[in-house]
Design a protein around this ligand. Structure first.
Ligand SMILES: CC(C)(COP(=O)(O)OP(=O)(O)OC[C@H]1O[C@@H](n2cnc3c(N)ncnc32)[C@H](O)[C@@H]1OP(=O)(O)O)[C@@H](O)C(=O)NCCC(=O)NCCS
Length: 232
């Protein structure tokens, strides 16, 4: 699907934009995108990225003038929003597995835009292409696992500058203690969760501790959210 020159909400656009299916031939530039986009504790290694491609995960890139500036990747799985126990315990189990037979969902385990390409609608274009891919495959749910960098803040990571938010951190701590999801107004104090809420109008499901064990900014917490697309 070509998404040529789609404008961002502010009206500017990137030149010669197109979505492409990424393959092992793109491994070098995917590793470079990963390095430029994520803080160290969140980066998938070259080996992990290659294994995901070998498992035929759906991996869509966005190029401008032939340069890779963003990507989204997912695998097919089974999901029940009422069954927390059946949900993967951590990001590794969410992302780095083969497609599940009898799937009803796409587990979207990465969405990323190169820092210099942020604010141009890159994730929106990737989501549009990804949604078509997943709905065509018969998925009823699209599920994401967000990190929440404002728990500890990420101002020293080199790839982003999210400030620590004490109220957000307190709400997440309380959620872990009680097993109750924080109120929406507390969750969207975090910029990534606010982004997902605004762009997808998603439903937040669970806060999972020790989900991103190497991610210092989020304190390891994963926030699970989903959208439901009932068949017409
Ligand atoms: C999330 C991401 C794809 C958004 O891309 P983008 O081009 O900046 O998206 P938009 O311009 O539409 O939205 C920007 C919003 O996202 C927020 N945001 C999301 N991730 C952010 C980050 N890592 N650093 C700063 N702000 C971020 C911004 O604060 C802004 O929200 P606001 O207007 O309410 O303040 C991009 O920031 C990114 O690649 N981040 C690193 C990877 C990541 O965190 N991916 C999501 C993982 S769950």
């Amino acid at each position: 699907m070509s998404l040529r020159n789609i404008s961002n909400p502010a009206g500017s656009s990137l030149p010669d934009v197109r979505t492409i299916e990424l393959t092992l031939a793109d491994l070098d530039r995917m590793v470079e995108l990963e390095r430029a986009t994520w803080p160290p504790g969140m980066r998938a290694s070259r080996e992990v990225i290659a294994r995901r491609l070998e498992m035929d995960h759906g991996t869509i890139g966005l190029e401008t003038n032939g340069e890779l500036i963003g990507m989204v990747a997912s695998r097919f799985a089974r999901f029940d929003p009422d069954d927390r126990d059946a949900f993967p315990a951590n990001h590794d189990a969410f992302a780095n597995q083969p497609h599940e037979p009898g799937h009803n969902a796409a587990f979207v385990y990465t969405l990323q835009a190169l820092p210099v390409a942020r604010g141009y609608g890159v994730p929106q274009q990737l989501m549009l292409a990804g949604r078509k891919y997943t709905l065509d495959a018969g998925c009823y749910y699209v599920v994401g696992d967000a990190r929440c960098a404002s728990y500890n803040g990420s101002e020293n990571t080199g790839t982003e500058r999210i400030r620590q938010n004490p109220r957000f951190q307190a709400a997440v701590r309380e959620a872990v203690k009680t097993g109750q999801l924080p109120a929406l107004e507390e969750l969207i104090r975090d910029p990534v969760l606010r982004f997902y809420h605004r762009v997808l109008m998603c439903t937040f499901a669970w806060v999972i501790p020790d989900y991103f064990p190497d991610d210092e900014p989020s304190g390891g917490h994963g926030i699970i959210f989903y959208n439901e697309y009932p068949p017409e």
